[in-house]
Structure formats: structure tokens, C-alpha cells
Design a protein. Structure first.
Length: 307
């Protein structure tokens, strides 16, 4: 059997979703099994392709990073059983009017009948521009969604996992909700790699759910701890506690690539030694896993037995 032929489509310099549209139009005219190599330097092309492939059944075989920001995506056309209504998302938040409506008109002219264009804009006059554009009936306005004002931004520290991976997983989960639920309970999740922190703006119910999830991850990364108490007869517990506590200093401060301290990533002390002067008692807090009592320095037990 002859290997499938390969066609290259270079969309370098074109903003998303134009590379996806170009690949779609090219694949529509190719036979089943044909390979298409799409070259794009738009950062969102990969996500666009994978989402589109999941809807259409076409397969993204792999990616290859070229020089600069260019990436080559190899796509294989799969048999399409029945045509369906496709959607293209044009996110122009931040663009001044009438830019969004002009770009939407241009993009829609290149789309097939029955396809759906989702225009996202925060320009104040965009709703009026869309109403005027669709008034003659040549283009039909299917729906209009104006989200309510999101709650304040909140931060969640992730201590036992990678915040970037957690944010990506949570975004996919909440973006997969039904449209009505996404409208009633909006959520935006980002992450700051430097501080390993989730940046969450969400409906209160969703935020509580996310916080419980992050808390469970953080708890899973923390060992259970045990507190041991030793009553001393002759030695001063306060002096002994200070001496023994120095045996277990806090782990070194992590540094970033520029040598700057990262206190949010510093691990806590594993063993804490304190004293209660009133009862002349040593108080030792240490991990409670099996054998923890043996992990505590012999000095603790020895001090108790000696004095």
C-alpha cells in the first residue's frame, strides 16, 4: 500500500482562527486518509485544531516545532459520516469598534452555509453593530449572551502540585459544562508559575468547589504529624528545646533562575521542638508515619531519660 501523500499549508503570520479555517477548507477537498501539514505561528492553533478534530473526527497526528515560533501540525483526514454545524470562535476582546464587526463580516464570508460564528467582544457598541448587521436577514443572530459581572479575583496557593497543570485541567472541566450552566456560574481560571498560584474569578459556588479541590490536593501532600511530650525532672526544658530545635533547621530557601528567593515554595520544618516552662516539658512535633518515633533524634528520648 502506498503511503498517504502529504500537502503543506503555510499560514504563518495569520492570527487565529484563520489557520484552522484554512486547514478546514483544505481538508474538505481532500480524500480520506490524506495528510495535511499546517504551519502556523499563532499560539492558539494547537488548541483550535484539537478541539475541532474532536468534533469532526479528523486526527492530529503530531506537532513539530520549526524555527522561531512556527509549529507544523500533521493532520489526517478521516471519513466524515454526515455534515454537521461547525462553530468558529472569534475572540476580539480588547479590540475597538467597529473592528470586531468588520472582522466578523470578513470571516463569515469565507465560511460555509450553516456554519456558526461565535463573536466575543467587550466593545460597548458591539451589540448594536451586530443588531444592525443581522437586521436584513442575510445573517441570523442565533443567540446573545452578556455575562454578569464576575466576582472579585481570588488566589489559591497550590503546595503539592503544579498550578499550571491544575488550572488547565479545571478549565477543561468547567468549559465542558452545558451552556446554561456556564452562563449562570461563570468561571475564569489562570495560574502564575512563579508563585505556583491559581488565579480564580468564579461564581461563589464554583469557587467553593475549586477551593475544596485545591485544599484536598494540599492535604494529600502533607504527612500526618504526631506530638510527643516529655516531662523533665532536672534540666530546663526551655534551654534544651532551643538546643535541640537547632538540629532541625528549616530547609534552604529555593531560588529562581536569577537567584532571587522564592519564599512561597520554601518547605516547612519537619521537626519542631518547643517547651512549656510552667511544667518544664519538652514538646516535639514530627511526622507521624510509621517509624516516626525512631526518626526523631535519639537526643529527645535520651534527654527525657537522662534528666
Amino acid at each position: 500500500m502506498n503511503p498517504p501523500s502529504i500537502i503543506r499549508l503555510d499560514m504563518t503570520g495569520l492570527a487565529c482562527p484563520l489557520p484552522l479555517l484554512g486547514a478546514k477548507k483544505m481538508l474538505d477537498d481532500l480524500p480520506d486518509g490524506q495528510h495535511l501539514v499546517l504551519i502556523s505561528d499563532c499560539p492558539g492553533t494547537g488548541d483550535d485544531l484539537r478541539a475541532w478534530a474532536g468534533q469532526t473526527g479528523h486526527e492530529v497526528l503530531g506537532t513539530e516545532r520549526l524555527n522561531g515560533r512556527r509549529v507544523a501540525y500533521t493532520i489526517r483526514r478521516q471519513p466524515v459520516e454526515a455534515p454537521g454545524r461547525a462553530s468558529v470562535v472569534l475572540d476580539l476582546r480588547g479590540a475597538r469598534c467597529p473592528g470586531p464587526i468588520i472582522e466578523a463580516r470578513r470571516l463569515l464570508r469565507g465560511m460555509e452555509p450553516g456554519e456558526v460564528l461565535v463573536l466575543i467582544s467587550n466593545c460597548e457598541s458591539a451589540p448594536a453593530d451586530v443588531e444592525a448587521w443581522t437586521a436584513d436577514g442575510s445573517v441570523r443572530l442565533l443567540d446573545r449572551y452578556e455575562p454578569s459581572e464576575l466576582p472579585p479575583l481570588q488566589l489559591l496557593q497550590v503546595r503539592a502540585a503544579d498550578a499550571l497543570q491544575i488550572s488547565s485541567m479545571l478549565r477543561k472541566r468547567y468549559d465542558a459544562r452545558p451552556a446554561e450552566q456556564r452562563r449562570d456560574q461563570p468561571v475564569e481560571i489562570d495560574a502564575d508559575a512563579g508563585t505556583n498560584t491559581l488565579i480564580v474569578t468564579a461564581h461563589v459556588d464554583v469557587f467553593d468547589e475549586i477551593k475544596k479541590f485545591v485544599d484536598s490536593i494540599n492535604r494529600a501532600g502533607e504527612a500526618e504529624r504526631e506530638t510527643m511530650i516529655f516531662s523533665l525532672n532536672r534540666a530546663r526544658a526551655q534551654d534544651l528545646a532551643q538546643a535541640l530545635d537547632r538540629l532541625y533547621p528549616r530547609p534552604p530557601m529555593p531560588l529562581d533562575r536569577r537567584g532571587r528567593p522564592m519564599p512561597h515554595l520554601q518547605e516547612p520544618k519537619e521537626v519542631h521542638v518547643s517547651a512549656d516552662p510552667a511544667t518544664n516539658t519538652l514538646i516535639v512535633e514530627a511526622p507521624a508515619e510509621q517509624g516516626a518515633r525512631e526518626d526523631v533524634p535519639a537526643q529527645f528520648i535520651g534527654a527525657h531519660e537522662m534528666f
